[in-house]
Write a protein that binds this ligand. Structure first.
Ligand code: PDD
Length: 289
């Protein structure tokens, strides 16, 4: 575990052991909170604009006011990187509705709790890039508004534990016979004809910031993209499969429910998308001043 971090809590910079949130916080009692995860490479924020825009969307969907102006939020992201001398890893941000007497109806007066912390992590040098990951499929039993990035993560957490128990690294969630997404990443396949297939945006999946960039980069590189749902069976017959998320970029999936995908090794289009993503996003990354 990371130690001795400086975290941000409601206007204060605190040693991590000193950062405490009320037991009455609605984030704790009701999972009444939203979050974002932004990758950091070489001290730079990756795809920050997308994460900031999705945060605002999640807040709007829950009628939660952002406690800070966008430019101040960016300044705090930069400052937390500097204060922790973070070279590579992630910034976690959470906004909850704040403390209030326990009641399903929330008071208009609660003042939001804003927390940011860093986590150092070798995001570029992930050994699973070389080997790929194995996934299992499980029913998608999450709530019906997965497009909002809330902290209700118990089901994805249980699904991930089941994957580990079965010797895999993650689970793909399946609803009405179609893959929705992974526990904490978007799921994609590449057909034998070389077409990238990804589920269209809806309430069923999180609108991944990495997904959006990868789709745009694929189109720009002349890789045909089909936005449609796919079944686990189609994924098992695909030539490649991969997941995208802020800290994994594009990560190969080499086995689904024990069936090898393609030749059972990370595929070339996945590798290309990953390289393009990192090169392009690093060149656009917000510099830390
Ligand atoms: N998870 N789908 C789900 C359910 C997710 O939780 C995530 C991200 C994604 C990918 O979104 P993005 O590309 O914007 O990171 C898709 C984060 C990283 C997490 O919970 O740690």
């Amino acid at each position: 575990m990371n130690v001795n971090r400086i975290v941000y809590l409601d206007g204060a910079w605190l040693e991590e052991a000193e950062a405490k949130v009320s037991v009455f916080d609605r984030g704790f009692l009701f999972a009444d909170a939203v979050y974002e995860v932004t990758a950091v490479i070489g001290g730079k924020l990756i795809d920050y604009a997308g994460h900031a825009a999705r945060l605002q969307r999640s807040l709007d969907e829950l009628a939660l006011a952002c406690p800070m102006a966008p430019e101040d939020l960016l300044a705090i992201h930069r400052e937390i990187v500097a204060r922790n001398a973070l070279d590579e890893g992630l910034i976690y941000l959470q906004i909850s509705r704040g403390p209030a007497d326990r009641d399903f109806a929330f008071p208009g007066t609660a003042s939001p709790t804003l927390v940011l912390f860093t986590q150092a992590k070798a995001v570029l040098d992930n050994p699973y890039n070389q080997t790929g990951i194995k996934v299992i499929t499980v029913p998608d039993q999450r709530w019906a508004r997965r497009d909002i990035k809330t902290v209700q993560l118990l089901y994805p957490s249980m699904a991930k534990m089941e994957a580990l128990r079965q010797g895999a690294q993650d689970a793909w969630l399946v609803e009405d016979g179609f893959v929705t997404e992974a526990t904490s990443a978007n799921a994609h396949i590449v057909t034998v004809e070389g077409r990238l297939v990804t589920r269209p945006l809806s309430h069923a999946i999180l609108p991944g910031i990495t997904r959006a960039t990868i789709v745009a980069l694929a189109r720009a590189a002349g890789i045909p993209v089909e936005e449609r749902a796919f079944t686990p069976e189609e994924a098992k017959q695909a030539s490649e499969a991969f997941v995208t998320s802020a800290t994994n970029f594009a990560l190969p999936v080499v086995s689904i429910d024990g069936a090898e995908v393609g030749n059972g090794r990370p595929g070339p289009i996945t590798g290309r998308m990953r390289a393009l993503y990192i090169a392009e996003r690093l060149s656009l990354a917000e510099p830390v001043t």
